[in-house]
Design a protein around this ligand. Structure first.
Ligand SMILES: Nc1ncnc2c1ncn2[C@@H]1O[C@H](COP(=O)(O)OP(=O)(O)OP(=O)(O)O)[C@@H](O)[C@H]1O
Length: 248
């Protein structure tokens, strides 16, 4: 177990002048030998502190692969991938683990534990962090109130709607006050209103905490919530700031 401050973040990152995520000439391959297949091609991307970025593009274009690389959930193979000033190319397992301490993850399948209450599901995300029980309790109550679930803390996930479960997942990702939130299709199972609600809650909390959000989605209904939209096609990244270009 490592204390939460174990990954030293360079001062320059706090000063917000340096990108939180910096990727240069990143290529990625799956498989070996004759089955080896390139899925990411020469990706270059810089994301600044506090930015809300939506990544979209056709199925199979490489979005999840890129997201898991940025999340330190998969090892980079070539190029450069720097998260909060830490290079992840050739990083050790320990460095990868430490990088993950600064990242909150939200996935479509929210992976809540059904035998734990809402409060306990959120509490789990703090277990590896070096804070007192009183501070943990404060943070859990604050974040659950912020996502509108103060009255559901003692419920089990099976008693919640899809949108409420996704809000628990957001609370769990944000309670440790990560510098970066990575979300993969967080609105996929939700109706339009619940989908916008969860993204708006993520935005509000992230702005409060100065956190950067990268969200992968096929959901055109939330594109307007982004500061910047990036588009992935056949393993290449196309940076387009105008969402109408994507819809066309
Ligand atoms: N573990 C794996 N082993 C081999 N190939 C993989 C693996 N994971 C993904 N791929 C392939 O890599 C390519 C990119 O997949 P990826 O899941 O990153 O795309 P995506 O844009 O996230 O797709 P979707 O929107 O459907 O989730 C696809 O051709 C996929 O079949």
């Amino acid at each position: 177990m490592f204390p939460s401050h174990a990954l030293e973040i360079p001062e320059s990152i706090h000063a917000s002048s340096e990108p939180v995520i910096s990727i240069a000439n990143l290529n990625h391959y799956y498989g070996q030998g004759s089955l080896r297949k390139q899925v990411l091609f020469e990706i270059n991307l810089q994301i600044q502190r506090g930015e809300i970025i939506i990544m979209t593009g056709p199925s199979g274009s490489g979005k999840t692969t890129l997201l898991t690389l940025m999340g330190s959930l998969r090892s980079a193979q070539t190029g450069s991938l720097s998260i909060l000033g830490q290079e992840l190319l050739n990083a050790s397992r320990e460095q990868m683990t430490l990088a993950r301490r600064n990242i909150g993850y939200i996935f479509q399948a929210h992976n809540l534990l059904n035998f734990l209450t809402v409060y306990q599901n959120v509490e789990m995300a703090l277990e590896i962090h070096d804070i007192t029980a009183a501070e943990a309790d404060d943070r859990i109550r604050h974040v659950l109130t912020a996502v509108g679930l103060a009255h559901r803390m003692d419920y089990y996930p099976s008693d919640l709607s899809g949108g409420q479960k996704q809000r628990v997942a957001i609370a769990r990702a944000l309670v440790s006050q990560p510098k970066i939130i990575l979300a993969d299709e967080p609105t996929a199972a939700l109706d339009k209103k619940s989908g916008r609600d969860v993204v708006e809650i993520m935005e509000k909390l992230a702005k409060e905490q100065g956190c950067t959000i990268l969200l992968v989605t096929h959901d055109n209904r939330i594109l307007d919530l982004a500061d910047r939209i990036i588009y992935m096609e056949d393993g290449y990244l196309v940076d387009r700031s105008d969402s109408e270009a994507i819809a066309s």
